[in-house]
Design a protein around this ligand. Structure first.
Ligand code: PRP
Length: 212
């Protein structure tokens, strides 16, 4: 008997785009895109139950088995290092993790560098690899404000179009890592629902090939 797959989608524009890829891959559930406050949608025939989750929470649902599959940004996977299988780069939600700061900023290596970020693990790992001494300032959003107000020297943050930096007189210095959305699987689901998961994986692979 075919086993039902529980799939956590990241709420928002990226999630809608990703859902359309699942749909094109043969796992449709049209109500998902209805403008309602409902969070769970099921298509028994296709063997899928989707739910909308805050993007940064998807990996938690998948790691703990509340979802068999999910879609999470590489930024979240690098930051929290959840114990999940990363099955596929979906080639959407592309951006990069970068160091940025005030235009013309020069790093004086005699001082500890003050770094504001939401991604403390990524920032720590990056600067450790450079052997650079830093002071991390953890913020939850509007990171760009930190160097403007003198709270930090630089930021480590996501840059997509670069508009936020530009409009705040900041510039990107270095790219730490390119980011995109990834299909992730719960480790035991991958064993027990292997056939079903591989069917989704195959369908999505065809979709991502088309995006390349
Ligand atoms: C992200 C990031 C930047 C912005 C970059 O913020 O933190 O602020 O997007 O995009 P851009 O290069 O296209 O301008 P997000 O909108 O996710 O909100 P946040 O402030 O809560 O992180």
């Amino acid at each position: 008997m075919k086993k039902m797959l529980q799939i956590a989608l990241p709420k928002g524009r990226l999630g809608e785009k990703v859902y359309k890829m699942f749909e094109a891959a043969g796992f449709s559930c049209p109500e998902v895109l209805d403008d309602t406050r409902k969070l769970i949608f099921e298509n028994e025939e296709a063997g899928v139950r989707y739910f909308w989750v805050k993007p940064s929470d998807v990996a938690i649902y998948v790691e703990r088995g509340a979802a068999d599959l999910g879609v999470a940004g590489k930024d979240i996977l690098l930051e929290y290092e959840p114990e999940v299988f990363e099955l596929l780069d979906l080639n959407v939600g592309k951006c990069r993790m970068a160091v940025a700061g005030p235009k013309g900023f020069r790093d004086n290596t005699e001082n500890t560098l003050r770094v504001a970020t939401k991604f403390t693990n990524i920032a720590n790992t990056y600067y450790r690899s450079l052997g650079r001494d830093i002071d991390i300032i953890h913020l939850n959003g509007s990171i760009e404000l930190a160097p403007i107000l003198g709270l930090s020297d630089v930021i480590v943050d996501i840059v997509e179009t670069g508009t936020t930096l530009l409009e705040n007189d900041l510039e990107p210095f270095e790219t730490i890592v390119p980011i995109s959305a990834r299909l992730i699987a719960n480790r035991s689901s991958y064993q027990f629902k292997n056939e079903e998961i591989n069917a989704v994986l195959k369908g999505l692979k065809a979709q991502t090939e088309a995006l390349k």
